[in-house]
Each structure stands twice: as structure tokens, then as C-alpha cells.
Design a protein around this ligand. Structure first.
Ligand code: AMP
Length: 419
């Protein structure tokens, strides 16, 4: 073959697309119920935007950005995530006000130059939300509930919510110093990435997947209580969030390793994990980011949001239901036999479509058996058969593919029946 798609970038084929549409429809419905509005931002942004928001030392910014210089000598990047562009757009178009909560959602492709593996791609899609304007833990809870209810609507139940708090400007530096002090004697035994994290962002060491590093941090985590590293304000926020989730009957598990790979998070972080996925088992990641709007030059506006990985969600749906590759939903397939019937069939086809019925036919003068085979393959509900006899009598044969029965009726009756 002469050309192939780029490594880590995949085509979403027609057999899978209906599943994507089903998920997108379920999300849109939920977003409407929770009063979120759609925003679409460009897939390219200034490189600086992510360096600032996501953090210079994060994997995303330091290793994974598709950044380049454009013809106008600007440093641009294919967006690696959705939050920073949305904050940028909100400030550019004055979408955030202090008097009300601004709630937005988005769908779209993201780009990260990661090592491709199952569930990890270089172009992948996220559906996400951002809510600006309230520091109340009830808003954190609302976003978690929104994610959970999307999964529930899609019939997915074997998912777990992991929850943590990474503190704020006040307590985070103190926790960083405490971690450095704990790890001082052990850091020589840890991986190279952790050496860098130790200097730049020690909290990220808790997120390291290497067994040696995890063994060392296990001991530390046992010594640290659920929230004793947090300041009074963060602790109070975390406790309130937990009790709201309890009252809403949302199951969650405290995971002190959940520090997330993006620097903008403050207080709450969470992930939704699927036991049916492999190593890349997070299907949704989110949390609070109370400083980002101000860091971008706006006023001090607290915010919280999440992003769901579409490819992983599609994968879970497929694993749950092997038949999840939905067939195209053609209601009426028209099978003419002969030249004269064909021109009448074209007319019927148009009339059926105008009547709001999904209809199709094959223009290649195939025999009836071959046409029925196609109708079956595309999952047509009914087949309208039209030959010389039927033309003369001004009727058609309507075949019900499921019931395996057929009858002679007029075309008008066909329309009424299907509608
Ligand atoms: P993040 O923006 O890193 O918080 O990721 C949010 C969600 O996007 C994750 O939970 C995954 O479901 C998905 N995701 C992140 N990176 C990738 C990737 N490289 N390939 C596929 N899905 C991804």
C-alpha cells in the first residue's frame, strides 16, 4: 500500500462511527440537562498557552507537543488538551462574569506525541466540560455526577471514581517540602524521571508507575493521612465534597496517588477508571483549577472541569457489547427488477426520503437475491420489491425482513406503514 495514516493516528471507520454518534448524543443530552453550552475552539493555539497552563515540566509540554513555527514565524501547537484554549477563549470573548456560573462543553481532537499503545494515541478525542465562577465543592460534585451519569446512561456500571485533593498555593509548597524531606534518602533508588520530579514537582513522584518508585512511596503514603497535608480551607473543601458525594450516593475511592499530569489543578482531582481497560484505564480525568483564569490575565475566578477520552469510552462500549458496532439504520430498501421498474424506484426512493424515511437502493441492476442480500447486510427493516407485474397493477411488494413475510400494497400504504 502506498500511503498509511500516521503512527498513533487512526481512522474512525463507518462501522464504528454510529457508536461515536451514540456517545456524543448521550453526552449532549446530559450537558443540556445540566445546563452546559457548547464551545468550539481552533485545534491550533500559541505554544505559550500550554507551557503556561499545563506547566513547563509536565510530560505534555516537555515531551509531547506537536509544536512548530508557522510561515509567519509564530510558535504554534496542535492543542494537547481543551481547558487552556477554553480559558483563553473565555477571556478573549468576555464569557466569564462574577455574577453567574459559566458552563461550557466541547468535543474534539487533541494531539500528544506519546508512545502509542492500546488506549493511547497521538491524535485522540475528548469530550469535556468546564464550569467557571464558583469555589463551592457542590460544583465539583456536580461535574463528577455529570460524568458518572453519562456513563450510566450508556449502560456502563463497572467504573470507579478515584478522588484526591492536591491542595492550593498555600499548602502545596509545604507538602512539596515535606515530600522532598521524606524522599531525600530514597531518591537515589528511584527512576530518572523521578529525579527530575524531585527537583521540579515532587508531588508527581506519587504518580510514577515504576514498581521500585511505588514501593518507596507506598510507605510515605501510609504515613500521610487522607487530608492532613492540606490547609484548613482545602481540607474543609475536600470534606464537604466527600459528604456531598455521599449524599448523592456517588461511590468513590480516595487515591492519594492521583495528582494528574497537568500543573493547573488545585484542590480536587478525580478520575473515572474502568476495570475492563488495560494499563491505560482512565476514561475521564478532571479537577478544580482556581488559579488558571487569573494566571491568564483575568480576574480571580475559580473553575472545575473534566475530559472524557472518547477512544477509551468507545473501547469499553465495544467490550461490553460485542454487537456494539451498530448497523446503519436504513428503514426501507428499494429493489427494482428491470429498466422500467428502476425509474419508478428512483421516484419512490425520493418520495420516501422526502417523507422522512431513511431509504436506499442499488443502481446496478442486480438480481433480486443479490439485492435482498445487500438489504440484509445493511440491516434494512423493509424491502420494497418492484417488477413489471407490480408496475402494471400499481402496487408494490413490501417485505418485512424481520418477520420474513411479504404482502402486496400500494406505495402510499408503504409510507404510512413505515411512518
Ligand atoms: P487528560 O487530559 O490527560 O487529563 O486526559 C483525560 C482523558 O483523556 C483520559 O482519562 C483519557 O481517557 C483520555 N486520554 C488522554 N491522553 C490520551 C491518549 N494519548 N490517547 C487516548 N486517550 C487519551
Amino acid at each position: 500500500m502506498k500511503y498509511q495514516s500516521l503512527r498513533g493516528m487512526k481512522d474512525i471507520l463507518p462501522e464504528e462511527a454510529p457508536l461515536w454518534q451514540k456517545i456524543e448524543a448521550a453526552c449532549s443530552k446530559k450537558f443540556q440537562q445540566f445546563n452546559y453550552q457548547e464551545i468550539r475552539t481552533p485545534i491550533m493555539e500559541m505554544t505559550e498557552l500550554f507551557a503556561r497552563a499545563v506547566g513547563q515540566s509536565t510530560d505534555i509540554v516537555s515531551k509531547e507537543m506537536y509544536s512548530f513555527t508557522d510561515k509567519g514565524n509564530r510558535n504554534v501547537v496542535l492543542r494537547p488538551e481543551g481547558t487552556a484554549p477554553i480559558v483563553r477563549a473565555c477571556l478573549e470573548h468576555n464569557l466569564i462574569s462574577k455574577d453567574k456560573i459559566t458552563k461550557l462543553y466541547y468535543f474534539g481532537p487533541m494531539f500528544r506525541y506519546e508512545r502509542p499503545q492500546a488506549g493511547r494515541y497521538r491524535q485522540f478525542h475528548q469530550v469535556g466540560i468546564e464550569a467557571f465562577g464558583s469555589a463551592d465543592p457542590a460544583l465539583d460534585a456536580e461535574t463528577i455526577l455529570l460524568a458518572v451519569s453519562i456513563f450510566k446512561d450508556l449502560g456502563l456500571t463497572d467504573l470507579e471514581v478515584d478522588l484526591n485533593s492536591v491542595g492550593c498555593k498555600e499548602c502545596r509548597p509545604r507538602f512539596d517540602s515535606r515530600l522532598r524531606a521524606y524522599l531525600k534518602g530514597f531518591i537515589v533508588q528511584m527512576c530518572e524521571d523521578c529525579h527530575i520530579r524531585y527537583k521540579k514537582n515532587p508531588l508527581r513522584i506519587l504518580d510514577c508507575k515504576k514498581p521500585t518508585c511505588q514501593n518507596i512511596t507506598n510507605e510515605i503514603l501510609q504515613k500521610i493521612g487522607d487530608s492532613d497535608y492540606l490547609c484548613a480551607d482545602c481540607k474543609d473543601h475536600f470534606e464537604k465534597l466527600k459528604s456531598i458525594l455521599d449524599s448523592l450516593s456517588v461511590n468513590y475511592k480516595i487515591n492519594k496517588r492521583l495528582v494528574r499530569g497537568l500543573d493547573y489543578y488545585t484542590k480536587t482531582t478525580y478520575e473515572v477508571i474502568s476495570s475492563s481497560l488495560g494499563a491505560q484505564n482512565a476514561v475521564c480525568g478532571g479537577g478544580r483549577y482556581d488559579n488558571l483564569v487569573e494566571d491568564f490575565g483575568g480576574s480571580s475566578v475559580p473553575a472545575v472541569g473534566f475530559a472524557i477520552g472518547m477512544e477509551r469510552l468507545v473501547e469499553i462500549m465495544k467490550l461490553k457489547d460485542q454487537n456494539a458496532k451498530l448497523k446503519a439504520n436504513v428503514q426501507l430498501y428499494i429493489a427494482p427488477l428491470g429498466e422500467e421498474a428502476k425509474s419508478k424506484a428512483v421516484e419512490y426512493l425520493q418520495k420516501a426520503r422526502e417523507a422522512g424515511i431513511s431509504a436506499d437502493m442499488d443502481y446496478q441492476d442486480k438480481k433480486l437475491k443479490a439485492q435482498l442480500k445487500i438489504a440484509n447486510a445493511i440491516g434494512a427493516k423493509y424491502v420494497l420489491i418492484l417488477g413489471d407485474d407490480e408496475l402494471k397493477k400499481n402496487i408494490v411488494v413490501l417485505r418485512d425482513m424481520q418477520a420474513n413475510s411479504q404482502e402486496e400494497i400500494t406505495f402510499e400504504e408503504v409510507l404510512a406503514r413505515i411512518r
